[in-house]
Design a protein around this ligand. Sequence first.
Ligand SMILES: Nc1ncnc2c1ncn2[C@@H]1O[C@H](COP(=O)(O)OP(=O)(O)O)[C@@H](O)[C@H]1O
Ligand SMILES: [Mg+2]
Length: 622
Amino acid sequence: MADIRILPAVLVNKIAAGEVIERPASIVKELVENALDARAARIDISVEEGGKRLIRVADDGAGMSSEDAALAFRAHATSKIATDEDLFAIETLGFRGEALASVASVSHAHLRTRRADDGAGSGVTASGGELSPPRPCPAAPGTTVTIRDLFFNTPARRKFLRTPNTELGHITEQLVRASVPRPDVSFTLTHNARQVHNLPAVASTTARIADLFAADLADSLLPIVARSGRTGVAGLIGRPAASRASGKWQYFFLNGRFIRDRILAHALREAYRGLIDPGRWPVAFVFLTVDPEEVDVNVHPTKIEVRFRDSQMVHGELLAALRETLNRADLTPAAALDEPSGAIQQDPAAESRRQSLREAIADFFESKSSGASPQGRMSPAPRETSQRSAPQTVHPSPALGTLAAREPSSPVPATAPGQYLTDKPPATVSAAGPKAIQIHNSYIVAADDEGLIIVDQHALHERLIYNDLKGRLGDGKLAGQRLLIPQTFAASPAEADALVSAGETLGRLGIEVAPFGPETLAVQRFPTLLVERGVSPVEFMRQMLDGLAEGWGPDQEQLLEELLSMMACQAAVKAGEKLGEMEIDDLLARRQQADKSSSCPHGRPTTLKLTLPQLAKQFNRS
Ligand SMILES: Nc1ncnc2c1ncn2[C@@H]1O[C@H](COP(=O)(O)OP(=O)(O)O)[C@@H](O)[C@H]1O
Ligand SMILES: [Mg+2]
């Protein structure tokens, strides 16, 4: 092996550039961070050919003296830290002093800068790492850095660059990350002399997001509810209905710096569990503030990853804030009908959904007018649905055991007005006329003060039961019932093992399983609610074993969630089940009291809403 030697500075910088400078967007990131550290109020970014030919970032920040300008391109030249204590109290975006040196080692770079009080500015050129001394030059206060021909001297890396449009996409992403936490700073982005973003300084993050993205995204956001704790949590999160097919719209900022973090992403996913489909991603812009001493930002060359001193605490406090935000919000999605004058819809499934929605609305108004007798406004008059239903009694749907406290074995005459009252009168859905009908034995259409709602009976009931179970579990255990005849089922040794490790969680749910013979187990105790609902213990266990095989657990909290969802789903009324009026009323009343999340534990919506203004629009009244 050859002798050891110290590498020349130019080569050292080139090696560092390999870590920091991956593509034009990396340069944009570094230059914009420098401008923000220099307290710029305005930052103009222009690029040519996706930044491959040229990147220029101009700011109106503090500027540099000519001495500093001479040092700026040198490795480890930084004005931001001085001692090793500083390293653990970073308040600036940059501090490693290697960005400009790295950039200059792989491009033709030029810097022009002036401090407001200086008579003249200074210009410095650095080409492939070769520095020119600073020269006086005219300059506006602030700094402009121009980078030409990125990777001109490292052709292997130039080959990895993509099309200008792809590179521009990465640059735009950097603009989002830099500009969302700083709505007070104005930004522009120009590509090949065409302005692609103009972001004036605005008063709020929401306004900035509206300028960056479509306005409907900004409208779908809920402000995170503030809580006290060691971690400051603020920001905006999307309603479940506005979730996306990718995680691209999830932004976490720590002390103003964009970061990627698995722990934070986990808390976000956790908060939306049950509110959105597992394959969907919530939109989120989350701003965390922690004491700089609580976090190490020097664990990644571009500082995109950090290390928390107490990540469990941050996770817990973030999750709590997100949950509270979602709990407080009214999450009912609006029914999405096409615009009356809108383009022809291509998606046949969507079209047929809209068609059935229109029919539902028509049905609803038809029944409303036929039932609207003068006295009908005062007392619940017999309704068309009940008159039409062939048997005059509605079977006691065991489903509603949890909904209405009534004797499950006494049939309720569906048309006797006095009998509609449960022990607790249902909350009024609307003051006007007959309140609700069930259509196709699956949906409930009802008027409310703002227009009308369409409820998926299964999804809603499932959500209500889920909430109820969650509430009871909070107080301890779910009630279980000892089975007179233990229900046996076959289980492989591996399945039996999985059940044993889930034993404690099962116990909390009121389920007890014991060995019964070779490869046979028996359910001894089963949740009272499920027994009342006629859910088969054996089928339940089968589904659960399938879930365990798919990876439920070993996280017991997650397992508990999965099982609660499963219980709620199996105990809820099914689509296609006929409901009596009392049951309908009861469902709706409980919806008003409890279900603000408007989605079942599996993430499907429980309720769609159509407001009077939307109706007016559909009927061309507006
Ligand atoms: N836009 C700018 N305005 C004022 N000073 C700047 C600007 N860009 C760079 N500098 C100065 O140059 C130094 C080196 O920049 P850089 O290589 O990015 O290292 P770092 O940002 O980690 O300190 C900075 O510490 C700062 O003093
Ligand atoms: Mg920097």
